[in-house]
Ligand binder design. Structure first.
Ligand SMILES: N[C@@H](CCC[C@H](N)C(=O)O)C(=O)O
Length: 259
């Protein structure tokens, strides 16, 4: 099976071309591919499939991004994955031009490529309430944000001192499908963020997380926020009816996988 490896600000993915939807991509296979010692290693898998061959693709675009977390679970959306997916479509000649659309479980995504940067427009993040999470013995209050997938954004004095090795405990009644937990410091001129992703653990970056963070930092208003993550920098622009996530997206290898 052919694969490509890519990343967006260090949030890394195994990309599997499966244009006709023939692949049996079980959760176990995804977890094996993402295993950093016994597999290729990644935060998630991006299956590239024609919308006509996908069961959950929205009407319209030719291609569908089937995203899976590294534990094999499905997620509604992956912002960095979307940017890397676009880089793959462009580099493989499956799409052309600087503006394109593709399908995701969160609906149709618009993308714009500009040199090293790829920006994707997702739905506008909605602040949906308050909740809290326990990180070890540390209890953090936060704001819950929905951008297709669920996030809890918690302000801390210094993101570097938070221990994200273990999964945060959260209110399962509030987040019945689980949650991605972001810790942030700074302000709208530059926000620092670390994240523990549902289904993947701590990652170097999370695009939808950065959008959720921007919504909280801007207090629900429109605007642009640079978000610094351990893997680099993302720029988030919230408009009245959508949210742009911009940053680098890179392919690093092509190969054959035997597992
Ligand atoms: N890394 C992603 C988010 C991937 C999905 C997330 N772990 C979830 O389960 O919701 C991003 O860049 O947005």
């Amino acid at each position: 099976m052919r694969f490509t490896k890519g990343h967006g600000t260090g949030n890394d993915f195994v990309i599997l071309p499966d244009l006709d939807g023939a692949l049996d991509l079980t959760p176990e296979r995804v977890a094996a591919l993402c295993d950093r010692r016994r597999g290729i290693g990644a935060d998630g898998v991006l299956r590239v499939v024609r919308s006509a061959a996908a069961t959950d693709a929205p009407e319209g675009p030719e291609f569908f991004m089937d995203y899976r977390n590294s534990d094999g679970s499905l997620a509604e959306m992956c912002g960095n994955g979307a940017r890397v997916f676009v880089r793959y479509l462009l580099e493989q000649g499956l799409a052309g031009g600087s503006k394109l659309e593709f399908g995701s479980r969160a609906g149709v995504i618009t993308a714009v490529a500009d040199g090293d940067e790829i920006a994707v427009a997702m739905r506008r993040p909605a602040i949906v309430g308050q909740s809290s999470a326990m990180l070890g013995a540390l209890q953090l209050a936060g704001q819950a944000v929905d951008i297709g997938n669920p996030h809890l954004v918690c302000r801390v004095p210094d993101v570097d001192i938070v221990d994200l090795r273990d999964a945060p405990r959260f209110d399962a009644a509030f987040f019945p499908a689980g949650v991605n937990v972001e810790v942030i410091s700074g302000d709208a001129s530059l926000t620092r963020m670390r994240v523990y992703e549902r289904g993947s653990g701590e990652t170097l970056s999370c695009g939808t997380g950065a959008c959720a963070v921007a919504a909280v930092v801007l207090g629900g208003a429109d605007g642009t926020v640079p978000v610094e993550v351990p893997g680099g920098r993302l720029t988030i622009t919230i408009e009245p009816d959508r949210c742009w996530l911009a940053g680098p997206a890179v392919l690093v290898a092509h190969g054959d996988v035997l597992i």
